[in-house]
Design a binder for this molecule. Structure first.
Ligand SMILES: Nc1ncnc2c1ncn2[C@@H]1O[C@H](COP(=O)(O)OP(=O)(O)OP(=O)(O)O)[C@@H](O)[C@H]1O
Length: 582
C-alpha cells in the first residue's frame, strides 16, 4: 500500500490551486504577524526618543485588520478545499464499493464499510488543512520568525532554540503512540458500525427473540471501546500539544530573564527585547500548527489506511476490451431473443478454505422454455444462479450463455440479459415505482401496467393511497412477504430478460397467486428462457425439463413423469410432497 502522504496528495491534486491560494493567504496572515513586532519596536523606540507615533499606530491598526480579513479568507479557502478532498475520497470509495466482487462482500461487514465511507473520510478534512497546509505554512512561519529573532539577537535565539529542541524530542516520542491510538479509535468506529448494522438490520428478529438487552450490551461495549480508544488518542495528542505550549512559555520566561540581564548590561535595547518577546509569543502559532500537523497526520494516515484497505478489495472483472464501459440498459419495450445456457463440468468452492460446492456440474438449457432445479437443501442450486450472474467465478469448467463463454461478455451486458429474482426477494427502501424501475428506468408506462397485471400487483397499487409513489419502508417492510416477491418478479420482468432466474420465487405466495404466477412463468417461458429453483415440486411439475441436483452434482435431467420413473431421489422428493401420483 502506498504511504498515506502519497494517497493524500492524490486526493488533493485536483484542488492544488485552491490549496495553494489558501496556503498563500495563510502565509500572508503569518507575514503580517511578523511585521507587527517591528511596528511595535518602532512605536516603543519613537516613544523613547520623543518622536511622533501616529505613523506606527496607523501601520499597526492596518496590519491587525489585514491580518484578520486575510486570515478569515484563508481559513475559508482551506476549509472548502478540505471538504472537496472529503468529497473526492467519498465518491472514489462509493464507486469502488459498488463494483466489489460479491466474494469480497461476503468477507466484509457492511457497517464497517459504511464507517469507512462516512467517518474515515471525514477525518481527511483535518489532515488536509492542518497537516498538508499547516506543515508548510507552520514551517515557513517558524523559519521566518527564527530568522527575525536571529536578526534581533543571536544569544536570545540560541536560548529559545534550546528550549524548543527539547520539546521536539518529547513530541517525537509521543507520535507513534498517537498513531496507534488513532488507528484503534477508527477501527472501533468500524466495529461499532458493523454491530449497529447487525442489530438495526434485524430489529424485528432481535425483539422477537427478546434479545434487546444482550444486543444493547454488545453495542454499549462497542461504544465504550470506541470511547476508550479515542480517549487514549486524545491523551497523547493533548500531551503533545501541551508540551509545545509549555515549551513556548518556558522560552518566553527564559528569554525574559536572559533578555532582562542583557538589557541591564546594555547588550540590547529594551525595544529589541520587547520585539523579541513578541516573536516568542508569535512562535506559538506555527509551533501549534506543526504539532497539530503531526498529530492530525497520524489520525489522517490511519483513516487513509482504512480507506485504502477498502480500495484494495477486489472489484468485478470486466471484459478486457471494454474496461469501464457504461452498463448497457435493457432493451425497452421490444421482446429480446431468448438465450440458451449451458454449464460445462463446472467445479466451484466459495473460498479456498471451504469445501467444494459444485463437483463438475454440466447441463444444457435450450433457448426458450422452463427449466426447474430441484434437490435437497445445500445441493448447490442457488449457486448455479450466482455463477450464471458471475457473482463468483468457477474454479474449473466454464459457462456459456447463448453459446458464448460468460467471461467474454461485458459483465453489465451479461446482467442486462438476465432477470434475477433472489431467494429472499429483496426490496429496497424508497417508493414502489423506484423498486420496480430499478433495473429498467426507461420502461414505458404501458409495459409497467402490463407487468403489474401479470404479477397481480395491480390491486395492491390501486389500494395504496399513493399508488406507485408509496414508500415501502426499509427493505420493503411495509409490504407482505408475497408482495415483496411479486415486486421482485415484476422488477425482473421489466428488464425484458433473455434469461429469467427465479430462486424460490413462489415460496411465499398463496395458492391463488401461486397458480396465477405459474401461468405468468409459463407465458414468459414461451418467449424467454426461464430457470426456476424450487423446493415445492407442485410449482415445477409442468416444467419442460427438471434438473435434479444432489451434493453439487447433476443427478438426472428429464420431465416430471420421466424422472418419477428413472430417478429415485426425485421419486422420493415427489413422494414426500404427495406428488407421485401427479
Ligand atoms: N456466500 C457463501 N459463502 C460460503 N458458502 C456458501 C455461500 N453461499 C452458499 N454457500 C454454501 O454452499 C452450499 C450450496 O448452497 P446453495 O445455496 O447453492 O444450495 P441450494 O441447493 O440452493 O440450497 P437451498 O435449497 O437450501 O437454498 C451450501 O452448503 C452453503 O452453505
Amino acid at each position: 500500500m502506498p504511504p498515506a502522504w502519497r494517497v493524500l496528495l492524490g486526493y488533493v491534486r485536483p484542488y492544488r490551486r485552491w490549496l495553494l491560494l489558501g496556503g498563500l493567504l495563510s502565509l500572508a496572515t503569518g507575514a503580517t504577524g511578523l511585521v507587527l513586532p517591528l511596528a511595535a519596536k518602532q512605536l516603543v523606540d519613537n516613544l523613547g526618543d520623543d518622536r511622533p507615533v501616529a505613523g506606527a499606530l496607523v501601520l499597526m491598526t492596518a496590519l491587525v485588520f489585514f491580518n484578520a480579513s486575510v486570515g478569515a479568507l484563508g481559513t475559508f479557502v482551506l476549509r472548502r478545499t478540505a471538504e472537496s478532498v472529503v468529497l473526492t475520497a467519498r465518491r472514489g470509495l462509493v464507486s469502488h464499493l459498488l463494483r466489489l466482487r460479491i466474494s469480497a462482500v461476503d468477507h466484509t461487514e457492511p457497517g464497517d464499510l459504511m464507517a469507512r465511507v462516512t467517518s474515515d473520510t471525514t477525518l481527511l478534512r483535518a489532515v488536509t488543512t492542518d497537516s498538508l497546509v499547516g506543515a508548510v505554512t507552520g514551517a515557513l512561519t517558524l523559519l521566518a520568525t527564527l530568522v527575525m529573532m536571529g536578526v534581533l539577537d543571536l544569544v536570545l535565539l540560541a536560548v529559545t532554540a534550546g528550549v524548543l529542541g527539547f520539546a521536539v524530542l518529547v513530541i517525537g516520542l509521543l507520535v507513534p503512540r498517537i498513531n496507534r491510538a488513532s488507528k484503534a479509535a477508527q477501527e472501533s468506529v468500524g466495529v461499532m458500525g458493523a454491530a449497529l448494522e447487525r442489530t438495526l438490520g434485524a430489529l424485528r428478529t432481535v425483539k422477537a427473540s427478546g434479545a434487546e438487552h444482550r444486543e444493547e450490551e454488545g453495542l454499549h461495549a462497542a461504544a465504550k471501546e470506541s470511547w476508550r480508544a479515542s480517549v487514549r488518542a486524545a491523551k497523547w495528542s493533548a500531551l503533545a500539544g501541551n508540551t509545545a505550549g509549555m515549551a513556548s512559555q518556558i522560552a518566553f520566561l527564559t528569554v525574559l530573564a536572559v533578555g532582562g540581564a542583557r538589557v541591564a548590561s546594555g547588550a540590547v535595547e529594551i525595544g529589541t527585547l520587547i520585539a523579541f518577546l513578541m516573536y516568542v509569543f508569535y512562535l506559538m502559532m506555527p509551533i501549534r500548527e506543526l504539532v497539530s500537523a503531526v498529530t492530525e497526520y497520524q489520525v489522517g494516515s490511519a483513516a487513509v489506511a482504512r480507506i485504502q484497505e477498502a480500495h484494495a478489495l477486489p472489484t468485478e472483472p470486466e471484459r478486457s476490451d471494454a474496461p469501464g464501459a457504461a452498463a448497457p440498459l435493457p432493451t425497452v419495450g421490444a421482446q429480446p431473443r431468448p438465450a440458451a445456457l449451458s454449464f460445462h463440468d463446472v467445479h466451484f468452492r466459495y473460498a479456498p478454505d471451504l469445501p467444494p460446492v459444485h463437483h463438475g456440474v454440466s447441463f444444457e438449457v435450450p433457448a426458450r422454455g422452463m427449466t426447474a432445479f430441484v434437490g435437497p437443501s445445500g445441493a448447490g442450486k442457488t449457486t448455479v444462479f450466482s455463477l450464471t450472474e458471475r457473482f463468483y467465478e468457477p474454479t474449473e469448467g466454464f459457462i456459456r450463455l447463448d453459446g458464448r463463454d460468460i467471461r467474454d461478455w461485458h459483465v453489465a451486458e451479461l446482467r442486462a440479459a438476465i432477470g434475477y429474482v433472489e431467494q429472499d426477494a429483496p426490496v429496497l427502501s424508497g417508493s414502489l415505482r423506484d423498486n420496480l424501475l430499478l433495473g429498467a428506468p426507461g420502461a414505458p408506462d404501458e409495459q409497467l401496467r402490463e407487468v403489474l397485471r401479470t404479477t397481480r400487483l395491480d390491486p395492491l397499487v390501486d389500494r395504496l393511497p399513493q399508488g406507485l409513489g408509496t414508500l415501502v419502508g426499509h427493505r420493503g417492510t411495509k409490504l407482505s412477504g408475497g408482495e415483496r416477491q411479486r415486486v421482485a418478479i415484476a422488477r425482473a420482468l421489466l428488464r425484458n430478460p433473455r434469461l429469467l432466474l427465479l430462486d424460490e420465487a413462489t415460496s411465499q405466495l398463496d395458492a391463488v397467486n401461486e397458480a396465477a404466477l405459474r401461468d405468468t412463468v409459463s407465458d414468459t417461458a414461451r418467449t424467454t428462457t426461464v430457470l426456476v429453483v424450487a423446493h415445492r415440486l407442485s410449482t415445477v411439475t409442468m416444467a419442460d425439463r427438471i434438473v435434479v441436483m444432489d451434493s453439487g452434482r447433476v443427478q438426472a435431467v428429464g420431465t416430471h413423469t420421466e424422472l418419477l420413473a428413472i430417478d429415485p431421489l426425485y421419486a422420493e422428493l415427489a413422494a414426500t410432497q404427495f406428488l407421485s401420483e401427479a
